[in-house]
Design a protein around this ligand. Structure first.
Ligand code: SF4
Length: 687
C-alpha cells in the first residue's frame, strides 16, 4: 500500500482553556504527526502552547488510547479489562442501566461529565437529549469550575459580554487578578506586552509570584481567598481620593449605598491585615486604577475556589462601575466572553424530552450522594464521560469510596483509560476532537469556529454524539431528536438567524476560518454599544436575585477559621489542562510542593526532599521546592496529576475540602489547609 502524502488541515483546540486556538494539523497516513497554531483565529494568531504541540500525537495515537469497548474483569479500580464488541457493550450498558431503573427509578442514574472536550457537540448535545429522555438525575456542572465567576458576573451585568481581550492593548493599566496568564490564558500576554510597550502598567493580584507577576509593575500577593477585602479596600480608597464616578453611578448603578456601606468596613489597613499585603500597595493600586484611562481587569479562575470566592469576584467586578471605566475601548472587564455567542442550549439539549422535572445534583457532591444510603432514590448508576472525577473532584478519598461502591453500576466513556475509568464496569471508547465535527465558541475570546475531522476514528472509537445516538436506539428512543446527525446538531446549537453568521447555517460555517462576535459590526464595549442585561438594566451591586437565593444582596465576608499551619493552593500545570494529558509520560513525575524558604527552615525541610502533606481527609507525598514564589503560610502544588505519580495513591485533590463557595455551590480547592513534614523513610514505595 503506498503512503498517503502528508497534508495539513485546519482544526481547533478543544481543551478547557479560554483561548480556543485555531490549529494546523499535519496528518500522514491517517495519523497526526504535528500540531501547530494557525492564523485562522486572529486572537491566537499562529501560536499555541507547548502542552498541545507536544502531547497531541501521543494522546491520539499512543498506547493509552482506547480503541475498543472494554468489559471489566478485575476488581473496581484494578484496571483489568477485556475487549468486547460494540454490540455487547451497548447491550451490557442497556442491561445495567435498565436493572438500576427497574429497582430504583430513573433518577438513580447520574450522568457525570465535565469539560474534557469543549466543543458544543461533545460537551452537551445528544448526550443531554439521551439523559433527559431517560429521566436521569440532572447535574449542575458549573460548580466544579467557572460557574462561581459566571454567576458573580451575571449578577452585576446579566448576560452582557465584557470586552474581547484584544482591546487590552489600549489599556493604560491592566490588572490580571487571579489569572496565571502565561499558563492559563497564554494569548493575553502578548496583548498585555503591546499595551506595556505603549506605556501601560501591569498589576498582578495572585498569591503566587507567577511569570506574569515577575513582569508586573506591582504584584499583590494576597492570601488565598481574600479577594473580597482587597476589592472592598480599593473601593474605599477610590472614594477617599475622589475616584468614584458619581455621575455614572447615579445613572447606571443599582445598590451603590448598600455596597459602599459594606465596603467601608474594610479600609486599606484592615484589608492589608486580612490579605497579608502592604496597605501601601492597596493605595498604590487604587491610585493607578483611578488615574488610568482606559483600565482593564482580567479575572481568572483561582479566586472563585474559596468560601468567599463569589463575593470576592463580585467586589472586583464592581470596580469599573464605581470608577467609571466603561464606555471606551480597553476599559472594563475581560470577562463574560461566553455571552458573546448566539447559543441556543434549549434546542440543542432538549430538556423538554424529560418525562418530568428530575432532581438536580451538584457535581461537587456526587460522591457524597453515592455514599448517602438515606438518599431517595439512591445513586446506583454513574455514566462517567469526558471527565476524570477521581483526580479532579475535591475530597479524593471520598470519590474513591464512591467509585468502589459494590452496588453502583458504572459506565465510562473517554479517549484514554483514565484513573476514574479503571472503576467502570463497561468502557466505551470515544473519538478525540480531531475525529469529530464540532462548533467552538470560547469563554475567553470572541471568535466562533467550526472544525471537521482531520483523521478517521482511531480503532473502533466513535464520536460522543454517535455513542449516544446508538444508546438512544438501544433504549428505544425513536423521536426525531435522536436521529439528528452532527450537522443537524450544529444547526440546533446556535441561532442561525443571528446576523453575525451572515445567513449561513452553523454547520456551513467554513472550517479554517473564525467569525467575529461583535455588535452592530463593532467590538463589544459596555456602555458604548450595549448595556447590562440585568432585570434593572443597571449594574447591580445589589442583586435582588442573589438576595433571594443566598441572602447576599450585596457581597459579604465570612472569615475562614485557621485549622492548620498552611493554606494549600493547586493552580494549573504547564503540562496538562486540568487532568487531560495526565496519562502521558510527560506527567509521570511526582508533583512538587512549593514552600517559602522561611517556612522550610522552620520545619527543617530540604529542597528536593519528599514531604508528607496531610489533613483530616488524606495525605499526599510531594517533592519539596523551596522558593519565595509563594508567601509564608501558603504552599502550592499543581492540580491534575494522575494517581500513578503518587507513592500512596493520593494526589492534591485528596486534601481539597468538600464545602461549597458562597455562590453556585462552587468547589473550594484553595481553602485546603494542611500540615507538612518530612516524609518517613520508605514513603517512596507507598504508604
Ligand atoms: S490549551 Fe489553550 S493555549 Fe493551548 S492550544 Fe489549546 S487553546 Fe491554545
Amino acid at each position: 500500500m503506498s503512503a498517503i502524502p502528508a497534508v495539513t488541515q485546519p482544526s481547533v483546540c478543544t481543551l478547557d482553556c479560554p483561548d480556543t486556538c485555531s490549529l494546523a494539523v499535519t496528518v500522514e497516513n491517517h495519523r497526526i504527526t504535528a500540531v501547530r497554531g494557525s492564523k485562522a483565529n486572529p486572537f491566537t494568531n499562529g501560536v499555541i502552547c507547548a502542552k498541545v504541540t507536544h502531547s497531541v500525537p501521543d494522546f491520539v495515537h499512543g498506547p493509552r488510547r482506547l480503541r475498543t469497548p472494554l468489559l471489566r474483569t478485575g476488581k473496581k479500580g484494578e484496571g483489568r479489562f477485556q475487549p468486547i464488541s460494540w454490540e455487547e457493550a451497548l447491550d451490557r450498558t442497556h442491561e445495567g442501566l435498565s436493572r438500576v431503573i427497574e429497582r430504583f427509578g430513573t433518577e438513580a442514574v447520574v450522568p457525570l461529565n465535565y469539560a474534557g472536550p469543549h466543543g458544543m457537540l461533545a460537551y452537551a448535545s445528544m448526550d443531554r437529549r439521551f439523559f433527559n429522555r431517560l429521566g436521569a438525575s440532572r447535574l449542575h456542572r458549573g460548580s466544579l469550575c467557572g460557574g462561581v465567576r459566571t454567576e458573580a458576573y451575571a449578577s452585576l451585568f446579566g448576560a452582557a459580554p465584557g470586552m474581547n481581550p484584544e482591546q487590552v492593548e489600549e489599556a493604560q493599566l491592566v490588572v490580571a487578578w487571579g489569572n496565571n496568564v502565561t499558563v492559563s490564558n497564554l494569548h493575553l500576554m502578548p496583548v498585555i506586552n503591546r499595551a506595556k510597550s505603549k506605556g501601560a502598567r501591569l498589576v498582578v493580584v495572585d498569591p503566587r509570584r507567577t511569570k506574569a507577576a515577575e513582569q508586573a509593575d506591582l504584584h499583590v500577593p494576597l492570601r488565598p481567598g481574600t479577594d473580597l477585602p482587597l476589592a472592598f479596600a480599593l473601593a474605599v480608597e477610590l472614594e477617599r481620593r475622589g475616584g468614584l464616578d458619581h455621575k455614572f453611578i447615579a445613572q447606571n448603578v443599582q445598590g451603590f449605598e448598600a455596597y459602599m456601606e459594606r465596603a467601608r468596613q474594610f479600609p486599606p489597613e484592615e484589608a492589608a491585615r486580612i490579605c497579608g499585603v502592604a496597605a501601601e500597595d492597596i493605595r498604590k493600586l487604587a491610585q493607578w486604577y483611578h488615574q488610568a484611562a482606559p483600565a482593564a481587569i482580567s479575572m481568572g479562575n483561582g479566586p472563585e475556589r474559596s468560601l468567599n470566592g463569589g463575593n470576592g469576584i463580585r467586589a472586583v467586578f464592581a470596580l469599573p462601575a464605581l470608577a467609571g471605566k466603561f464606555g471606551v475601548r480597553g476599559g472594563g472587564l475581560v470577562n463574560g466572553a461566553g455571552f458573546a455567542f448566539p447559543k441556543t442550549p434549549l434546542l440543542l439539549e432538549r430538556p423538554g424530552l424529560a418525562p418530568r422535572q428530575t432532581r438536580l445534583l451538584n457535581i461537587v457532591d456526587v460522591a457524597a450522594h453515592v455514599l448517602d444510603e438515606s438518599l431517595e432514590p439512591p445513586v446506583r448508576a454513574l455514566f462517567i464521560y469526558s471527565h476524570n472525577p477521581l483526580v479532579v473532584h475535591p475530597h479524593q478519598n471520598r470519590v474513591r469510596r464512591a467509585l468502589e461502591h459494590k452496588e453502583v453500576f458504572i459506565v465510562g466513556c473517554d479517549v484514554t483509560l483514565t484513573d476514574s475509568l479503571a472503576y467502570a464496569d463497561i468502557v466505551l471508547p470515544a473519538c478525540t476532537a480531531f475525529e469529530s465535527h464540532d462548533l467552538y465558541p470560547a469563554y475567553g475570546q470572541h471568535w466562533l469556529q467550526r472544525a471537521e475531522p482531520v483523521i478517521p476514528p482511531v480503532g473502533e472509537s466513535l464520536p460522543l454524539t454517535e455513542i449516544f445516538r446508538r444508546l438512544a436506539k438501544r433504549f428505544g428512543f425513536d423521536a426525531p431528536e435522536f436521529h439528528a446527525d452532527d450537522a443537524a446538531l450544529m444547526d440546533d446549537a446556535l441561532d442561525a438567524g443571528d446576523a453575525r453568521l451572515g445567513g449561513r447555517k452553523p454547520s456551513r460555517l467554513p472550517a479554517g476560518e473564525a467569525t467575529p462576535m461583535r455588535t452592530g459590526g463593532e467590538e463589544f464595549i459596555l456602555y458604548k454599544n450595549h448595556g447590562p442585561r440585568t432585570p434593572s438594566g443597571k449594574v447591580e451591586l445589589h442583586s435582588p436575585d442573589l438576595e433571594e437565593r443566598y441572602g447576599l444582596g450585596v457581597p459579604a465576608w465570612q472569615p475562614v477559621p485557621a485549622r492548620h499551619t498552611f493554606t494549600l493552593i493547586s493552580p494549573a500545570s504547564a503540562l496538562r489542562i486540568s487532568s487531560t494529558f495526565g496519562g502521558l509520560p510527560g506527567s509521570d513525575a511526582t508533583p512538587s510542593l512549593e514552600m517559602h524558604p522561611q517556612d522550610a527552615a522552620r520545619l527543617g525541610l530540604f529542597d528536593g526532599s519528599l514531604v508528607r502533606v496531610w489533613n483530616e481527609q488524606g495525605q499526599v507525598f510531594l517533592t519539596l521546592d523551596i522558593t519565595d514564589r509563594v508567601p509564608q503560610g501558603v504552599v502550592s502544588s499543581e492540580k491534575g496529576a494522575w494517581i500513578r505519580t503518587s507513592p500512596n495513591g493520593q494526589t492534591v485533590a485528596a486534601l481539597a475540602p468538600p464545602h461549597h463557595a458562597d455562590l453556585c455551590g462552587g468547589a473550594c480547592y484553595n481553602d485546603a489547609q494542611v500540615e507538612v513534614a518530612a516524609a518517613p523513610l520508605g514513603s517512596e514505595d507507598g504508604m
